[in-house]
Ligand binder design. Structure first.
Ligand code: HMG
Ligand code: MG
Length: 301
């Protein structure tokens, strides 16, 4: 059976850009609900500088307190060896390095050039694998950069290939500012798939222009089966001005089930997880699927 993998990035990508401090208990409350809804891959935390991204402070405590259950995989971002050491100490089994296809974004996000970042990631990947950890790679700005504009698909393809060669098991292609459309998504993937298998790529689409679901459909047609999303459409990137949240998980689950890809996710429990975090943050949900399903419930009385 053709299956899809949904990687829930709400607790990390979703919460990293909130203006209010969010305590570990609230994050745990969200992650417990996501796991109960059937999400098996959850990016929970980020071992970055708390001075750069204050919302990810407490990631070590969070990782230690996560509800462990068979079949649930938690991961965390680790930009350098310091982050990896902290992740190891907190019991992480899966980590992710994150680079960018644009020099300016790389400097703004992780304070180094693309070439320097690859050296750091190589060291992280080597060390992580020596400890039996799985490593994911991210390339940001794959369909446009907030500082440099258009990005060459060949540049993204080359970076993704280098991340795989250093031992990443998959590379997530980040449309950080949600600029892509199905045409540019296809052009990007055509370039990447010349030297990379579809199973080694994941789509990570932010929904700034409302194109994420259309882009996911294009990527599905080209063979990708792993997609990142955020419950309730939480999110943004602190170093990508104007970027909105990831595509809502509710919308991705609705799309996949509609296309005949079983997700194993309980939509009702997923909606509850979204409502929980929206209530905690005082935030309006962005998922169209949630709006429609909650309206149905209200109409049914
Ligand atoms: P730096 O300042 O260049 O690092 O930051 P440094 O090595 O020069 O160290 C400076 C200070 O930071 C030192 O502390 C280090 O100990 C500390 P001091 O001695 O001054 O007190 N430090 C750390 N502390 C905690 N954890 C660490 C760490 N490393 C150094 N790992 C660094 C470099 C990468 C750390 C910094 O730039 C940073 O934290 N950036 C945050 C980037 C980030 O989290 N961005 C958002 C996530 S990426 C994203 O959202 C995109 C994605 O979703 C895909 C997409 O949508 O495209 C993944
Ligand atoms: Mg992102």
């Amino acid at each position: 059976m053709d299956v899809v993998k949904i990687v829930e990035v709400g607790p990390r990508d979703g919460l990293q850009n909130e203006t209010r401090p969010i305590g570990v208990d609230i994050k745990l409350g969200l992650i417990e609900r996501l796991a109960a809804a059937g999400l098996a891959h959850i990016e929970a935390a980020s071992f970055v500088s708390p001075r750069w991204v204050p919302q990810m402070a407490g990631s070590d405590e969070l990782m230690r307190r996560l509800p462990r259950a068979a079949g649930i995989h938690y991961s965390a971002l680790t930009p350098n060896l310091k982050g990896l050491e902290a992740a190891l100490a907190a019991g992480c089994k899966e980590v992710a390095v994150f680079g960018a296809a644009s020099e300016t974004f790389s400097q703004r996000n992780i304070n180094c050039s693309i070439a320097e970042s690859l050296q750091r990631f190589g060291a992280v990947a080597e060390h992580a694998q020596a400890h039996g950890m799985r490593v994911r790679g991210y390339v940001s700005c794959v369909l446009g950069c907030p500082y440099e504009g258009d990005v060459e698909p060949a540049q993204v393809a080359a970076l993704a290939r280098q991340m795989l060669d250093m031992g990443c098991h998959e590379v997530a292609l980040g449309d950080t500012i949600g600029k892509g459309n199905p045409r540019t998504t296809r052009a990007l993937l055509d370039a990447c798939l010349r030297n990379i298998l579809p199973a080694q790529l994941a789509g990570h689409f932010h929904d700034t222009f409302g194109m994420a679901i259309a882009n996911i459909s294009s990527a599905l047609e080209l063979g990708l089966r792993t997609f990142d999303s955020s419950v309730a459409g939480l999110g943004g990137c602190p170093y990508a001005p104007g970027a909105s949240g990831n595509v809502p998980t509710e919308d991705v689950v609705y799309l996949m089930e509609g296309l005949g890809f079983p997700t194993g996710i309980d939509m009702k429990l997923l909606l509850d997880a979204g409502d929980y975090i929206n209530a905690q943050l005082g935030r309006t949900p962005t998922s169209r699927v949630r709006q429609a399903l909650r309206a149905d419930c209200a109409a049914a009385g």
